[in-house]
Design a protein around this ligand. Structure first.
Ligand SMILES: *[C@@H]1O[C@H](CO)[C@@H](O)[C@H](O)[C@H]1NC(C)=O
Ligand SMILES: *[C@@H]1O[C@H](CO)[C@@H](O)[C@H](O)[C@H]1NC(C)=O
Ligand SMILES: *[C@@H]1O[C@H](CO)[C@@H](O)[C@H](O)[C@H]1NC(C)=O
Ligand SMILES: *[C@@H]1O[C@H](CO)[C@@H](O)[C@H](O)[C@H]1NC(C)=O
Length: 268
């Protein structure tokens, strides 16, 4: 079994390397195509929503906008200044830049904190003043987040309200390249059905929800499965919401590709 696994992993690695080389040399000589697709307005609206969830009615003390021209080198930047009525005016080059710029102000000027296990959001009133422009920038174009196994350890049990919190946390912390692996089995089962596999062959393939990561990585088939149709449908719709929100913030979700693991039934 171990040999089989190693072999599968080796062929998988080879496939990835081949695909990567083809992709890089032919289609995308640079990474310039990787940028937010949502409009500046949509991204600003996503951040307004985040601030309402985070700060309730205090969110109206922040006047936010996104202006992609603020950055002339693809590196995220956010500028904050104090305005009349103790308001804070913030402009980011993307939604993520804006959210993380405001979080920087909340942390270092208001002593606030947002974490997985609790938050401190007693924002001083009035808001602390800024003298001049507070400019928050980063030397890193891509800030990646997540591990393919965490998807099965933790996220597999999450509903939309929990995902919404996590995506808010990502935006606050400047993540712009998040892994988005939810619901891929719903697509794979359609692919395998269209290739002529039947239901029992699919049931012998997909593992249960807590083991999907290892099925995707070609380490195991079927264990803890099969997956009911209701699971596929729910996960697919959850993924639509996750992607819509990530993209609204100006993030670039990392979607699954073909890992190389195939059902036994494909031999038939
Ligand atoms: C803002 O919300 C808090 C609690 O959520 C409430 O106590 C307060 O009265 C509200 N203030 C205004 C101006 O609406
Ligand atoms: C966006 O930023 C650029 C560069 O700073 C500026 O010239 C332009 O007026 C800004 N656009 C808006 C709508 O504020
Ligand atoms: C834009 O580019 C110019 C020239 O390279 C540089 O001096 C300036 O600081 C840059 N502005 C921003 C906002 O990055
Ligand atoms: C799927 O095909 C296999 C191989 O022909 C067969 O043994 C199995 O009974 C089929 N299952 C269904 C649900 O048709």
């Amino acid at each position: 079994m171990w040999l089989n696994m190693s072999f599968k992993k080796a062929s998988y690695a080879a496939l990835v390397v081949v695909c990567l080389c083809l992709t890089v040399s032919c289609k995308f000589p640079t990474l310039d195509h990787l940028k937010p697709k949502a409009s500046d307005k949509t991204q600003a609206r996503a951040v307004s929503g985040l601030l309402r969830r985070l700060l309730g009615n205090r969110s109206t003390e922040f006047i936010v906008s996104v202006n992609r021209s603020l950055s002339n080198d693809s590196l995220d930047v956010c500028e904050l200044r104090s305005a009349k009525n103790n308001k804070i005016v913030a402009t980011g080059s993307t939604g993520v830049a804006l959210a993380s710029g405001i979080y920087n102000y909340l942390k270092y000027f208001c002593n606030c904190h947002v974490s997985w296990s609790g938050k401190q959001l007693e924002v001083p009133s009035p808001l602390p003043q800024l003298t001049g422009v507070l400019r928050i920038n980063t030397p890193h174009r891509f800030r990646y987040y997540q591990n393919v196994c965490t998807v099965s350890y933790s996220f597999v049990w999450w509903d939309w309200p929990r995902w919404e919190k996590e995506i808010d946390w990502m935006a606050l912390n400047g993540i712009n390249l998040p892994l988005a692996f939810t619901g891929q089995e719903a697509v794979w089962q359609e692919v395998y059905r269209s290739l002529g596999l039947n239901e029992s062959e699919l049931e012998d393939f997909f593992s249960g929800p807590a083991f999907l990561a290892w099925n995707r990585m070609a380490n195991m088939d079927k264990f803890g499965g099969p997956l009911p149709q209701s699971w596929h449908v729910n996960q697919l719709y959850l993924q639509f919401k996750i992607l819509e929100r990530m993209r609204a913030f100006g993030m670039i979700p990392v979607l699954p590709a073909f890992s190389g693991n195939i059902p036994q039934g494909i031999l038939r």
